[in-house]
Design a protein around this ligand. Structure first.
Ligand SMILES: [Zn+2]
Length: 98
């Protein structure tokens, strides 16, 4: 099978380019969070200590924050899990490397 995976280090979200970084939990503002989106710095941080699937859900989660900073946490959580499930269960998702 042909692999078209590539390392994700930058993503265009809306009209902006976000830097994607895997980081130690200590580098996330709230250590209990698995990720962080900083719209001012155009950066998305993802905790490196999680399994691959959790990192991927977190990336979708933080992208949703980037797309609309007014969405509330509960809605984003639900949407991120749902989008991830549809991509994965329909084999629409390539391998994501961070
Ligand atoms: Zn969130």
């Amino acid at each position: 099978m042909q692999s078209n995976s590539k390392k994700i280090h930058r993503l265009k979200v809306g009209g902006n380019y976000y830097t994607i970084k895997l980081v130690d939990r200590e580098d996330i503002s709230n250590e209990r969070d698995s990720g962080e989106c900083n719209a001012a710095k155009l950066s998305i941080k993802i905790g490196e200590d999680m399994p691959q699937g959790a990192k991927e859900v977190t990336l979708i989660h933080e992208i949703l924050h980037a797309l609309n900073i007014t969405l509330d946490e509960k809605d984003i959580e639900f949407l991120a899990q749902g989008i991830y499930q549809v991509l994965k269960d329909n084999n629409l998702k390539t391998e994501w490397k961070f």
